[in-house]
Design a binder for this molecule. Sequence first.
Ligand code: BGC
Length: 762
Amino acid sequence: MVDHYTIFEQDNHIWIGESSYDPAFEAKTESLFALCNGNIGIRSVSMLPSLYGKRGLYASGLFHQAHPSEVTELVNCPDPVECRVTADGIKLSPDSPWLESYRREFCPDTAELRFSMIFGLPGKRRLEVRETRLVSFANARLILQKISLKSLAGDFERLELTSLLNGQSMNEGVSHFSEVICRVYDREVMHLEARLEEETLSLMQICCGNREEDGPPLYALFRRGISEQTALSLKEGEERIFLRCSSLMVRKRREDNIYEQREELKDAARKGFDFLQEKHRYFLRMHQKRCEYRIEGATLEERAILSFARYHLLGMMPWNRTDCSIASKGLTGEGYRGHVFWDTEIFILPFFSLHFAEQSRNLLIYRYHGLAGAREKAEQFRYQGAMYPWESAADGREETPRYAALNIHTGKANPVWSGLKEHHVGADIVYAIRQYVDETGDRSFLKEYGYEMVFEIAAFWVSRAVWDPDRKQRVILDIIGPDEYTEHIDNNAYTNYMAAFCVKLALEYLKEAEKEAPDICRRLKTEQQKTGWEQFLREIYLPVPNEDGIIPQDDTFLGKEELPDIRKYREAPVRQTVLRDYSRKQIEEMQVLKQADTVMLLNMFPTLFTPEVVKKNVRYYEARTIHDSSLSYCAHALACAAIGEKKLAWKYFQNSLHIDLNDRAPDSVDGIHGAAMGGIWNCMEQGFAGISFSGGVLSVNPHLPDHWKSVEVTLQVQGKPVLVKVTHTEVEVTTPTTEGDELAVAVGGTQAVLKDHLNLPL
Ligand code: BGC
């Protein structure tokens, strides 16, 4: 149960709201209710200036390094949302003592945000300031605000509404723009241009009221910004409405056309809010149709969070682009500097694979563009092939910062070892490629991009492993697996198995690649590499369960002491509090996990070990996991659902539902947790409904929680919509079209062919 937020239904849509202004929750709610359409994302900061807000507008793929000593990061663009209102000389703000009531509400079904603030002002006057805001799914660069000023009591002689384009925006104190230039076009369009080295941001705005007698607005320049002011009077009961249309364009070249941007904006302003809102809803609806869901028996809160997760997934996808990917915080904040992690391939991509396969393809092509950077990194560390960066931004270069949190003993910043030692990301990319190709059969992808990535990543692993004369096997030393509390270890089970998986797949693909893409094979000298790959597979050390059935997470893990009082840290209201009591070094010497590690391996290769071993390992590792990463609960929920441990699966699912939407004010202030959004959806669809698609077969092996009577989801399988309904007793599969290939459906031990409708008992 979440107390800070209220959840309610209105006009068949779910809303999530805040009914009072709480500075402690300000930054968190801004992330949760951020409006994103995949191209741009804007935090749900109040238009009126607030003391505690973290204003932020981000454009997909727009990265910049402010200084050689700084990390490349997602740029916080100039702010088009801020608007100042003065009522007879009194400045209004949610922080002002005049604030009488406040509501901020967000609808994940329509991707709309609304604010309502009532100010009780001297002379028993009351003014209501309302705003409805959206970032259009119909026009990817458009931001709309419908603003209403209404006198609930008393007259107002002079209300001033000042609309700003503010180029003073910074990323936590760092400004990225070398120059900001502002002007007005045609006495109605404000324009701000902010220059980076390679790109120029062009931000335009029209703010229109509905009365002629206000006279022309007053434009003014201020440092790095421009404003327009309208003055008006309001009698008791009167309301005035303004439409603010803003558009953000990233110009790569000077000659990109701002005339077109201006005309488009004027056209939008002429069409008006209702028309644009309708269009936005229609386009969003088109996306939602491909991932429709209905759960009989789910509570309103469960449904709200599933819709919330779906909204954020749709909002973080850079639709139809291949030059950028999904940041771990989507477009909702500056956490992790907007960088891309394995989160995308392993936690987020499965949602897109089952609903928008063409977008999964794009995400993988982004990794192809990073191949040059990954090759450079491999060379730098004297390895072969491609060594993908742990964190990436615009290209394949390593972007992990070198230092982070404090060492409590030395008082110095701790080095971040992930950029140097966490190598599984390349294997995760290969895993996602295999998943995509299995699901779509897209051989052209392999020919153009996939083969090359798989071969180069396999080559990296072969060079990364070394011969251990004692074991008489190849080992992978000094590495970090998914559990980042265990650094510099040898033979992390997840990593070793993933490395073997990559090389095995490379050999499998090689047979076809020799016919389909001989030039790639020639260029990468695969013929010469083949024997090395085969030898690697024969010799690589793959940890097996010990006599107690436990798979060692690494060579030394099982011999370490356990962390005393792990409960204290698991139950702490703030994450990673263990680092306040212990140094990283001390933590490394203990059996304590930040997040699922071996459990990830069990999820990704469900048939590698017996169900008995899986059960034992899930239990063993869970007892030692703090879940200090948002990626952890959903992994445990999936693992438990797969082995039929329904109660535990439910417990971890509940925990992942509340990763962002919870009562812990410090969580999520830097952005929502993208991987958890994917994880929540994967638990519902793949874990509980048990849906997977591979090798042309749609499999359904459900493990529904007892109180869910049924789960219905619409998938997009090989280009056609497929509706799967799962109850406790049967599985129903329907497709409205008989066009396209017939689809093989497997439920338990039964296999059947879907023409238009199938009903299979469980
Ligand atoms: C986790 C990583 C994850 C990253 C970004 C870290 O805290 O340990 O597994 O990739 O956050 O979400």
